[in-house]
Ligand binder design. Sequence first.
Ligand code: FES
Ligand code: FES
Length: 142
Amino acid sequence: MKRLLDVLREDCRLTGTKEGCGEGECGACSVIVDGEVVNSCLIPVCQVEGSSVTTVEGLALNDQLSPLQRAFLEYGAAQCGICTPGMLMSAHALLLRRPHPIRNQILEAIAGNLCRCTGYTKILDAIAAVSSGNINKPDQSE
Ligand code: FES
Ligand code: FES
């Protein structure tokens, strides 16, 4: 049985979702299934039949980056970029259920997403900027 990650990357050609460890440890493969962040490397694709799956490709709207994506750019929260799609998905899921999280809640939300490059401060700042409205939203709602 194929993993959700393989179906997304190989069959759907949605290569934004990355494979890091392949063992549920790094969060690079994070996607949102029915509102919950999951590691797509651990999910047999049959488990998501009938579910709503959102990948990083689903964040931008009409060629406009989402506020979260723009914040990552503006705050320098992405370096090598391997962790970034998963980080964005965890942050997106957090902001959907809690639009104004405190810093500890942001930390909790991205606890499953490992980054070897940025040291996390810029990532936290980028997510906080969106939640506090310091990144202007584009015309279309996210
Ligand atoms: S690739 Fe899935 S958690 Fe690391
Ligand atoms: S930007 Fe390189 S692992 Fe996070």
